[in-house]
Design a protein around this ligand. Structure first.
Ligand code: NDP
Length: 499
């Protein structure tokens, strides 16, 4: 068992956590509290306040004042903003163990994943966007407007920070997905109010403390805790919010989209996925492909937006690849996240486990063949589920049409490339896809024709701050990360000077 760090032990002594507004912890105006549960032990590790409309108003006001008046954040030289963001990245890395342990406690995930994907990923993202503060550019344009008396045009565009940003994030990668939003927003000169998921709110509070230690002016980053229905809805409906950036389910994305249009607020949506993994007969090495497909669905207990949750395998190698994936799944050690040898931890919550189990039941009721897993609670306590694989699935079954967001894989054989494309593109969602083949021409044909925002060839999908992420179809609107990620938080001004 990992020894909790002193900093984390100290943080957890505070049983009732407050909002983080204007650089300090502040009591909630509302009385309602939500318990934060460790999914491995089912024990409460703390409580958060449910932010009311008044709490949200306070946080948005702090962010608005920091944007317009009290802090120099917007007017600060890009070089000075870069130094603070870079320092923040360094402090995230220095506090890596405290943050990672907290993510494991509240989310259940493996500590090694919390260290690398969550905390390591967040530090990398802040470093990447620290560098962007000095690289935000407009353009000069040769326009054709006639001017009298020999006068001329000097037309250009400039990018300005958009204003107060409302960031709403899910529980699956609580710190890294928050960083995908906070880092580019702050680099662009915006200020932020973040609402973390009620399942994993504590790591966001610790992150905000660290931001202050890095020299972030008060009000630049605020955290309001609470649930989506109350706190999230107040935040997305707020008239002083100029940009909403949301990651979560397609269902909630539609609700938030409606709130945004009411105030004509700019919005980016990173939504759900049901991503295909397509294995051809000529995959570079069938074991490698099988392990890659298994990693693509079972990492983070399958609670990954880009998880390859439907696998299409060409008929000749179907049995062999499926057997290999199944062996990989059966060998996975299921244990709590602090077990350094564990390969699969608990799901995030009891209700989420129940939701995933319902999908497993629907798979069996609709006639899919369960070839591996399917059993919940293989340990005494905690929200554990065996990695589960179905075969004999057709494209009409619920388990292949809907996002399950758990360690459940549905396998389907295909004849040829056209068949694979037809099956893979037959979905309302289009976040990611993977293709496994040695043939570069075939790989490129698939890349060109797959309806997905991210395509990886011969590898499960991984994120990188430099590589944009986002979806086709109902998987979202816009892209985050990379260069486009920073432009999400700017607005364009066109200027013409007649001289
Ligand atoms: P939800 O959509 O349920 O929630 C996401 C966030 O939205 C949470 O903070 C939630 O708060 C909040 N929320 C819920 N209702 C509202 C509302 N009416 N107004 C404002 N905010 C609201 O998703 P999950 O947290 O269950 O996360 C899993 C989903 O996220 C999956 O569908 C997954 O695919 C998607 N996802 C997408 C990614 C991408 O990049 N495309 C990456 C990661 C996940 P609370 O939970 O406190 O109620």
């Amino acid at each position: 068992m990992v020894q909790l760090t002193n900093r984390l032990t100290q943080f957890l002594t505070k049983k009732k956590h407050q909002h983080f507004i204007n650089g300090t912890y502040q009591n909630s105006i509302g009385e309602e509290q939500i318990g934060v549960i460790n999914p491995a032990t089912e024990e409460e590790i703390g409580q958060i306040a449910v932010g009311t409309t008044e709490d949200v108003d306070k946080a948005v006001l702090a962010a608005k004042n920091a944007f317009h008046h009290t802090s120099d954040w917007r007017k600060m030289s890009p070089d000075d903003r870069e130094k603070i963001l870079y320092r923040f990245a360094e402090l995230i890395a220095e506090n890596s163990e405290s943050l990672a342990q907290l993510v494991t406690l509240e989310n259940g995930k493996l500590i090694k994943d919390a260290r690398s994907s969550d905390v390591g990923g967040a530090a990398k993202t802040f470093r990447y966007y620290a560098g962007w503060t000095t690289k935000i550019e407009g353009e000069t344009l040769d326009i054709s407007q006639p001017q009298k008396g020999g006068r001329q045009n000097f037309a250009f565009t400039k990018r300005e920070p958009i204003g107060v940003v409302a960031a709403i994030v899910p529980w699956n990668f609580p710190i890294s997905i928050a960083a995908w939003k906070i880092a580019p927003a702050l680099a662009a000169g915006c200020t932020v109010v973040l609402k973390p998921s009620e399942e994993t709110p504590l790591s966001a509070l610790l992150l905000a403390e660290i931001a202050m230690e890095a020299g972030m002016p008060p009000g630049v980053l605020n955290i309001v805790t609470g649930d989506g229905r109350t706190t999230g809805a107040s935040l997305t409906a707020h008239k002083d919010v100029k940009k909403i950036t949301f990651t979560g389910s397609t269902y909630t994305g539609k609700i938030i989209g409606r709130a945004a249009i009411e105030n004509i607020t700019d919005i980016s949506l990173e939504l759900g996925g049901k991503s295909p993994a397509i294995v051809f007969n000529d995959a570079p090495d069938l074991d490698f492909a099988a392990n890659g497909v298994a990693a693509g669905i079972f990492r983070n207990q399958g609670q990954v937006c880009v998880a390859g949750s439907r696998v299409y395998i060409q008929k000749k190698v179907y049995d062999k690849v499926l057997t290999d994936i199944s062996h990989a799944a059966q060998k996975m050690k299921i244990s709590h996240g602090f077990d350094e040898t564990a390969q699969l931890g608990p799901l995030v919550s009891k209700s989420h486990l129940q939701k995933v189990c319902k999908y497993i039941d629907s798979g069996m009721e609709e006639g899919a063949k369960l070839i591996s897993g399917g059993t919940k609670n293989p340990l005494d306590k905690g929200y554990f589920l065996q990695p589960t694989i179905f075969s004999s699935v057709d494209n009409e079954k619920t388990i292949i049409r809907e996002e399950i967001f758990g360690p459940v894989l549905a396998a389907v054989p295909f004849d040829d490339m056209e068949d694979a494309l037809r099956l893979a593109n037959d979905s309302q969602l289009g976040l990611a896809a993977t293709v496994w083949t040695k043939d570069i021409s075939k790989a490129m044909a698939m890349v060109n024709r797959l309806e997905a925002g991210v395509v990886y060839v011969n590898s499960p999908v991984r994120s990188d701050p430099a590589l944009p992420l986002g979806g086709y179809k109902q998987s979202g609107i816009g892209r985050e990360l990379g260069k486009v990620g920073i432009y999400n938080y700017t607005t364009l001004k066109s200027v013409n000077i007649v001289y």
